[in-house]
Design a protein around this ligand. Sequence first.
Ligand code: ADP
Ligand code: AMP
Length: 214
Amino acid sequence: MRLIMLGAPGAGKGTQAKKVAEAYGIPHISTGDIFRANIKNGTELGKKAKSYMDAGGLVPDELVCDLVADRIAQDDCAKGFILDGFPRTIPQAEALDAAVAKLGCQVDYAVNVDVPDSVIVNRMGGRRACVGCGATYHIEFNPPKTEGICDVCGKELILRDDDKPETVQNRLRVYHEQTQPLIDFYEKKGVLMTVDGTRSMDEVFGEIKEKLGE
Ligand code: ADP
Ligand code: AMP
């Protein structure tokens, strides 16, 4: 099963993608996580991506398309994968089409987690990320057992720079301009599945599972 997650930043794509990946035994591939790991490790890719990410903009297509094409060609993706945060532009979606065609397969579902902007602002403002393992929490909806400390690895939890209020508005604008058109793109292909992302995490996952029906 080959899936992509669509939705505004902070809609809950990562939260649901992790659950789907675990339930269906397929790798969860988050381009945001890949860039953050590269920034942490001081790689060339990380250095190039950082300024775009800090400003709430998109990293240029040429830095992300080949990276994803290589990743989904790896052995652990043979039975499927779930992409989270990619594609984010029409050229990225076209590059993904070409990459899956080369592998002799296609995107089976585009899961659109639908959440209005008014809810997004609170989701991103309350999100906390672990500096060690990258696990995410929400101060209200998914708090860690001990405030400010990661349940998984015990390291510190922080507010991501790009989740600060001044950047959130820019990320939402970029989403509406460049990523939202993908909803139509995948609807025309007949693979779009829209779920109500305003409900609880478990309810959203229940709706996804029911619609996947596999
Ligand atoms: P995305 O990957 O789309 O940017 P995340 O999965 O990181 O979004 O979710 C953004 C924030 O909202 C996180 O802090 C997460 O814990 C929280 N969250 C995710 N889904 C829900 C939900 N259904 N209800 C309430 N909070 C949620
Ligand atoms: P995310 O963790 O998915 O919210 O991504 C964080 C940031 O990484 C985004 O705001 C972008 O700057 C960058 N990014 C992640 N995925 C992509 C992508 N597919 N295309 C361009 N930029 C991306």
